[in-house]
Design a protein around this ligand. Structure first.
Ligand SMILES: Cc1cc2nc3c(=O)[nH]c(=O)nc-3n(C[C@H](O)[C@H](O)[C@H](O)COP(=O)(O)OP(=O)(O)OC[C@H]3O[C@@H](n4cnc5c(N)ncnc54)[C@H](O)[C@@H]3O)c2cc1C
Length: 505
């Protein structure tokens, strides 16, 4: 039998493992954390209330993936219409932006300026088209400078910590559902699923309907792991991958060290995801990897660990050019502050984006369908904060963040500080892959390099360095398993497929 080692037990690794195990193949998943699900896990606080890494609502345009989620959570997966807002200069806007909403809530002068600007940009790009290299070029080209300056520019800089002129154009293309104002207008005059103009990028679909298990998003991953174990597969947690053995272009084994949990009760940290390959050791990481390195022999590997980490783990088996290219790729860390609040309901929407707060997005899990996420007379709020590794936010305790953010929420009228019954933090050094201008060159080198390893595939949000949601990460896991089951060579499967369209490499 052919034994597959799967590195990482997030939804991507779990989907790959489940597909292979269902086909009767032996699999071993190796996961650093003591829980499964990666970014899609739900961790439990002092009273059992659930905290996600930002609320993880399920959606998928691919029916195979949506049906898989629905089958796994068949005993409770209620659908909710998406209801997300942006709070900007004291007013609420729908997210994604809607034309009438913008026109109604903006000052008439600003609205006229935005529309004039948009139409002059449309004429200019026909007369004198410019190359679209950065995210700034792309959004200005599509929406005009006024809307860029108002919403996109400042927000992107806050989230990513770099100016949009330094981010690649593909970043905007991948992440903004309606990049063109004309599509914003078209979408605004339609209702429900008809809102989709059909031209959205597949990584940035216009989400109309969301699904969420009542006790937390993590249920889906836990059930996937149970199914793998039930089919004879192994899911080894608390095992930090420290090396990959390769010989003449074939991988032969995975080395790992045992690690403790990444929760630190003293600072209110429920968990921290780290690869063990960060340039600086993350603060509040209590791991001391075990002294002995253990080894799993395997016939093939499915990797879902960050792409640059994979190249490092290959050691000398990777070329110096690949190692140099991998060093260009980086991830933006995240800190999620979770609050258990003594109120039944705090927010007027599922999530609200802010530009002027410590956090970028504030969410209430109950509104996504998390009806049993905590006691009925309480609610759970999640505040997403992108941050620098070991910076002020990263180093703060949950209580320190609750003081600052509690005051911001109180000023908005969402709660009082006294109503915060519990504050916790969840951290990850690999929140978002950063698409810096020209990162595609590094990717080209790495795609070529990985083509040399016939029995190693890589995919997922971290493993393919793509800013995707759970549906696409799961689709990638299924595609990697399908590939191995098909017996095709990599060249046959993805030889002519550009990186942009690849589900794995
Ligand atoms: C704030 C936020 C909110 C989001 N909200 C949504 C949402 O509402 N809906 C949605 O569909 N998607 C959402 N996403 C995206 C979603 O989280 C991801 O697309 C998906 O979870 C990625 O799954 P993955 O398996 O590819 O990666 P991950 O979940 O990152 O899994 C990688 C795994 O590898 C493990 N690992 C890393 N290094 C090592 C090592 N050295 N040894 C062993 N194991 C290691 C990690 O611990 C982790 O478990 C959100 C993402 C963020 C950051």
């Amino acid at each position: 039998m052919t034994h597959t080692a799967i590195l990482g037990a997030g939804v991507c690794g779990l989907a790959a493992g489940m597909r292979l195990a269902d086909a009767g193949e032996p699999v071993t998943l190796v996961e650093a954390q003591h829980f499964v699900g990666g970014l899609a896990a739900t961790l439990r606080g002092a009273t059992g209330a659930g905290f996600d890494w930002g609320p993880h609502a399920y959606h998928a345009r691919n029916p195979r993936v949506l049906d898989m989620f629905k089958e796994i959570a068949s005993d409770g997966f209620p659908a909710q219409p998406k209801n997300v807002r942006i709070k900007f200069r004291g007013r609420y806007y729908k997210y994604p932006l809607e034309a009438m909403d913008m026109a109604r809530t903006m000052s008439p002068v600003l609205a006229v300026r935005a529309f004039v600007d948009y139409f002059s940009e449309q004429i200019r790009k026909r007369i004198a088209p410019r190359p679209l290299r950065s995210a700034e070029d792309w959004v200005v080209n599509a929406m005009g400078r006024t809307l860029y300056n108002l919403f996109f520019g400042p927000y992107t800089e806050k989230v990513w910590g770099v100016h949009p002129s330094k981010l690649a154009a593909s970043f905007a293309q991948h992440r903004i559902p309606h990049i063109s104002l004309i599509k914003v207008v078209l979408s605004s005059i339609r209702k429900g699923y008809a809102k989709r103009t059909g031209t959205e990028h597949r990584y940035a679909p216009l989400v109309i309907e969301l699904f969420y298990p009542p006790k937390g998003a993590g249920l889906v991953s836990e059930r996937m792991a149970e199914r793998i174990r039930g089919r004879g597969g192994k899911v080894v947690t608390g095992a930090l991958v420290t090396g990959i053995d390769a010989h003449e272009g074939r991988v032969t084994g995975v080395r790992y060290r045992r690690v403790g949990t990444s929760d630190v009760p003293a600072v209110g940290q429920l968990g921290m995801m780290a690869s063990g390959r960060e340039k600086d050791t993350p603060r509040h990481l209590p791991w001391t990897p075990g002294e002995t390195e253990e080894r799993i022999a395997c016939d093939r590997i499915v990797n879902t660990l960050p792409l640059p980490v994979l190249i490092e783990l290959l050691g000398d088996a990777a070329s110096p050019e690949a190692r140099e290219a991998a060093a260009m790729l980086r991830f933006r860390p995240i800190t999620i502050l979770g609050l258990r609040v003594k109120r039944v309901r705090c927010l007027p929407a599922q999530s609200i984006y802010f530009q002027d707060k410590t956090f970028t997005r504030l969410s209430e899990t109950r509104h996504y369908g998390g009806s049993a996420i905590c006691a009925p007379d309480e609610t759970v709020l999640l505040c997403d904060i992108t941050c620098d590794l070991n910076g002020r936010i990263w180093s703060a305790t949950a209580e320190e963040l609750a003081d600052v953010i509690g005051a911001e929420l109180a000023a908005e009228g969402f709660l009082t500080r006294e109503e915060i019954a519990e504050a916790v933090v969840l951290r990850s050094t690999m929140g978002y892959p950063v698409y810096v201008v020209d990162y595609e060159r590094a990717i080209d080198t790495l795609m070529q390099e990985l083509g040399r390893f016939e029995n190693l595939v890589t995919g997922g949000r971290q493993g393919l360095y793509k800013y995707v949601d759970m549906d696409i990460a799961s689709e990638m896991g299924l595609a990697m398993a399908d590939h191995f089951l098909s017996g095709k060579t990599k060249r046959e499967a993805i030889g002519g497929v550009p990186y942009e369209d690849r589900a794995f490499a």
